[in-house]
Design a binder for this molecule. Structure first.
Ligand code: NAD
Length: 349
């Protein structure tokens, strides 16, 4: 049933928006507005069928509720998915129609960039909705959230390496990056500057070549990256990288990356733990982007303040790993973070 898709939490609202003229088929999912308006990016992607698009939207929007709550943002969780039209399409017109759909929710959902969407798309949408962020603003704050997301993942890896590997610096630490896109590339740069040794893979050969040339990265195939002989694995492509097939092959001791929904199932978190691998929940470590667009939306986008707030993700990583230790038994970072985030799914003071 539509209200009982496997693994889906109940949602407050789901809008199926279609526009014949532009070919728009979008799902706008509002998981929770308990903390405030639902805030989460918009993905443009080709799906095998409409049900997979719906499933993706619902999983992602639920994740946004947890992400925004753990990041102490005064926003609930939501996400939108636009099913990429087959063949050529008028991009500005498609996003105009999507903007009108966002507006129709009257502020229950605020949108921004995600995979497949750009600052130009957000900029274009401004004429159709005020509930959009991730736009370069006068005074040079806001805009592309990816570098902020990457910074949050970087400080998380640094905190995780300290606690899990007992190493104070990233100098010589081997990190595998799956995906060198908007976030993955910035993350690779931060890691390289900190002295880490990079192993990389991307389906886009040009990005890999650039990482080899500019960052001295070692390239491996996309089917080999998850099992690379490294200390840390950073999945920065799409979801479900950590699953029953990949987990037994992993060699990293710490997993922390930008991709949303890295665990295919909750049980995969237990499987990682059983193998002695520490998994830092994606929605905890990749909150830098939403922190940036949320501040921008509230008109509080000063670069230094944003970076300082993103930097606090490292403190939460440290606190989470301490909570896991204290809980003992079969506690995993995933389950403890879930409970922690859910306890915050209430209106902030
Ligand atoms: P992106 O599309 O710019 O980058 C994704 C990269 O992964 C691309 O370079 C692509 O070629 C590569 N890729 C795809 N499949 C691959 C595979 N099987 N193996 C190796 N590489 C593969 O997207 P992005 O904005 O960098 O986002 C990456 C992930 O982080 C997504 O899951 C996104 O939802 C999540 N995320 C992004 C942000 C943000 O600020 N952009 C914030 C939070 C979470």
């Amino acid at each position: 049933s539509l209200f009982g898709l496997p693994d889906q939490a109940p949602h407050e609202r789901v809008l199926l928006a279609a526009d014949e003229q532009t070919g728009l088929k979008a799902i706008l999912a509002v998981h929770s507005t308990a903390r405030g308006p639902a805030f989460g990016g918009c993905r443009l992607w080709s799906y095998d069928n409409e049900l997979s698009a719906l499933n993706d939207a619902l999983r992602l929007s639920q994740g946004m509720s947890l992400k925004n709550a753990l990041a102490d943002l005064p926003f609930g969780g939501g996400k939108a998915v636009i099913i990429k039209p087959a063949g050529a399409f008028d991009r500005p017109a498609l996003f105009a129609a999507f903007g009108r759909a966002v507006q129709s929710l009257e502020g229950a959902y605020i949108t921004a960039e995600d995979v497949g969407t750009t600052t130009a798309d957000m900029l274009g949408m401004q004429a159709h909705t005020q509930f959009v962020s991730g736009i370069p603003r006068a005074g040079a704050f806001g805009g592309d959230p990816s570098p902020k997301t990457a910074w949050g993942v970087f400080v998380s890896i640094r905190a995780g390496v300290r606690q899990v590997l007992g190493r104070e610096s990233l100098e010589g630490v081997r990190v595998a990056l799956q995906g060198l896109g908007a976030v993955g590339w910035h993350l690779a740069e931060f890691l390289h500057q900190a002295g880490a040794k990079l192993v990389v893979a991307d389906i886009d050969a040009a990005k890999v070549a650039r990482a080899q040339e500019l960052l001295g990265a070692q390239a491996v195939g996309v089917h080999e990256i998850l099992a690379a002989d490294v200390d840390v694995l950073a999945p920065n492509a799409l979801g479900a990288a950590l699953n029953a097939q990949s987990i037994p092959t992993l060699r990293a001791r710490l997993v922390a990356g930008a991709a949303n929904n890295q665990l295919a199932t909750v049980a995969d978190g237990d499987a990682l733990q059983a193998r002695g691998i520490t998994y830092l929940p994606d929605y905890l470590v990749n909150a830098g982007g939403i922190i940036s667009v949320a501040r921008e939306y509230r008109g509080e986008g000063e670069e230094q303040a944003v970076m300082a707030e993103v930097g606090k993700i490292a403190d939460r990583v440290t606190e989470l790993l301490e909570r896991v230790k204290t809980a003992g038994g079969d506690a995993t970072p995933g389950r403890i973070a879930d409970a922690w985030a859910r306890s915050k799914l209430i209106k902030p003071n």
